[in-house]
Design a protein around this ligand. Structure first.
Ligand code: SAJ
Length: 396
C-alpha cells in the first residue's frame, strides 16, 4: 500500500490521516508540537471531533498511523498546516516551512498535495520552489491543490462524501491526484487548474461570510424598526428564491472570518463587497457589546463562548471576545455557562465559569450568544422572569 506523509496534524490533517490509515494507507504524520506527537502515538487525540478518537485509536493499533517531528520518504505528501492572517494579510510561513521540511525527501514520481487555504498562485510558486531546490525536472513530480471543505463537527462524513476540487499545476498532476482521492472519497472529484482551485476555496468562504453579513445587517435594521428578526427571516425564507442565514454575534472560526481577507489583500479595490461583509460581521460584535452595556447591568451571565454551536472550538470566537471585553476591560461581574469546553480549556482562559444550575440563581442580565443544543430544551424555563438578551433566537 502507498505511503503517505501528512504535514500538520490539526483539525484537517489528523482526521485525514486517521481516515486514510483506516483505509489501508501507511500514514506518517508530522507535527511541530511534541505533546501532539506523543498523544497520537498512544492512540489519543488533542482535538474534539465526533468519531476522531475511534479512528485514531484503530489506525495506531493496526500500525498504519505514526506521528513524528520529521517527514520521511513517501509516495504522497499532503500539506495541512494553518494559514492564518497577520494584519489582514495571509501568513504563509507554516506552508513555507512545511515545503522546506519535505524537500529533502521528495523523489521522482511523488505526489505533493496542498490542502491548506492559500492565496491564488501559491501552488505554482511551490512548484517553482521545489524544482529550484531539488534536482527534479518539471514532469518528475505530481503537484496539485485540493482544498479541504469539511465542516467541523461533521468532518468524517464530509471527508468521504463532499465533492472535491483538484487543481494540478499540469494535467498529469491533476489526473494522478484524482486517482489518490478516488481511493477514499465517494463525492465527485472535479478537475481544474491550481489557480482556479485556490480561488474556489476562497470564494466559497467569502460567499458564506457575505451571506452571514446580510443576516447580521438585517438584524440591526430589524431592531431599529422594532421588528422581530427571527420571525422576519422565517417569513422571508418562505419565498422560493430567498434563503437568509442566521444572524448572530459575528463570525468566528479559523476559516470564514479569515479567508475573505486573502481575496481582499490581493486587490483591495476590486473586492469592496467582500471587505464590507467582513467589516459588517466584525461590527456586529461591537453592536452586541453596546447592547449589553446599554442595559446598564453590572451583573451579566453569558451562555456560550465557542465559535458556533455544539463544538469545543473557541478560535476567533465573537462570543469569547465579547465575554473577555466585558469582564476584563469593562470590569463587569461576568459569569459564563459553557458546557462544551473542557476544564483544561477553561483554566487557560482566565474567565469565570459557572454551571447551568448556578446561573439560575443569578440576577442581572442573561445573554445568549451560542445556540448549543443542550441549551435549547432547558432555556425557556431556566430564564423565566429574568432579564434576557437573546442574540441567537434560542427562545423563539
Ligand atoms: N454563522 C452565523 N450564521 C449562520 C451560519 C454561521 O452567524 O447562519 C457563524 C457561525 O456561528 C460561526 C461562523 O459563522 O461563527 C462560521 O461557521 P460555519 O458553520 O458557517 O463554518 P465553519 O467555519 O465551521 O466551516 C466553513 C465551511 N465553509 C462553508 O460553509 C463555505 C466549511 O465547509 C469549510 O471547510 C471551513 O469553513 C474551512 O475549513 O474553510
Amino acid at each position: 500500500m502507498k505511503k503517505v506523509c501528512i504535514i500538520g496534524l490539526g483539525y484537517i490533517g489528523l482526521p485525514t490521516a486517521a481516515l486514510i490509515a483506516n483505509k489501508g494507507f501507511k500514514v506518517h504524520g508530522v507535527d511541530i508540537q511534541e505533546s501532539i506527537i506523543k498523544k497520537i502515538n498512544k492512540g489519543k487525540i488533542h482535538i474534539i471531533e465526533p468519531g476522531l478518537d475511534k479512528y485514531v485509536k484503530n489506525a495506531v493499533e493496526i500500525g498504519n498511523l505514526k506521528a513524528a517531528s520529521k517527514p520521511q520518504k513517501s509516495d504522497i505528501f499532503i500539506i495541512t498546516v494553518p494559514t492564518p492572517i497577520k494584519n489582514k494579510k495571509p501568513d504563509l510561513s507554516f506552508v513555507e516551512s512545511a515545503i522546506k521540511m519535505i524537500i529533502p525527501y521528495i523523489e521522482k514520481n511523488n505526489q505533493i498535495i496542498i490542502e491548506s487555504t492559500c492565496p491564488v498562485g501559491t501552488t505554482e510558486y511551490i512548484n517553482e520552489k521545489i524544482l529550484k531546490d531539488t534536482n527534479l525536472k518539471d514532469n518528475d513530480i505530481f503537484l496539485a491543490y485540493c482544498p479541504e471543505r469539511v465542516l467541523p463537527g461533521n468532518i468524517f462524513f464530509e471527508l468521504e462524501n463532499n465533492d472535491r476540487i483538484i487543481g494540478g499545476v499540469n494535467n498529469k498532476s491533476t489526473k494522478k491526484v484524482v486517482e489518490f482521492y478516488n481511493k477514499f472519497v465517494k463525492g465527485k472529484l472535479l478537475e481544474t487548474d491550481s489557480k482556479t482551485a485556490e480561488m474556489v476555496k476562497l470564494t466559497e468562504n467569502s460567499f458564506r461570510d457575505i451571506n452571514i453579513a446580510f443576516a447580521n445587517e438585517i438584524s440591526i435594521l430589524c431592531e431599529e424598526n422594532n421588528v422581530d428578526v427571527w420571525e422576519l427571516v422565517d417569513l422571508a425564507n418562505k419565498h422560493p428564491r430567498v434563503n437568509i442565514l442566521e444572524p448572530g454575534p459575528g463570525v468566528g472560526g479559523h476559516c470564514i472570518a479569515v479567508d475573505p481577507w486573502f481575496l481582499v489583500s490581493s486587490n483591495n479595490k476590486s473586492s469592496k463587497l467582500i471587505r464590507t461583509a467582513r467589516e459588517v460581521n466584525l461590527n456586529k460584535e461591537k453592536w452586541v457589546i453596546n447592547k449589553i452595556l446599554n442595559s446598564n447591568n453590572k451583573t451579566v451571565t453569558i451562555y456560550g463562548i465557542t465559535f458556533k454551536p455544539d463544538i469545543d472550538d473557541i478560535r476567533e470566537s465573537p462570543s469569547l471576545n465579547i465575554a473577555n471585553y466585558l469582564q476584563k476591560i469593562k470590569k463587569l461581574d461576568v459569569k459564563i455557562v459553557e458546557p462544551n469546553i473542557s476544564k483544561f480549556q477553561k483554566e487557560k482562559l482566565n474567565l469565570d465559569f459557572i454551571s447551568m444550575s448556578e446561573s439560575k440563581k443569578r440576577g442581572g442580565l442573561h445573554v445568549i450568544l451560542v445556540n448549543h443544543s443542550i441549551f435549547k430544551s432547558k432555556m425557556k424555563l431556566h430564564l423565566k422572569n429574568k432579564l434576557i438578551l437573546d442574540f441567537k433566537g434560542l427562545l423563539k
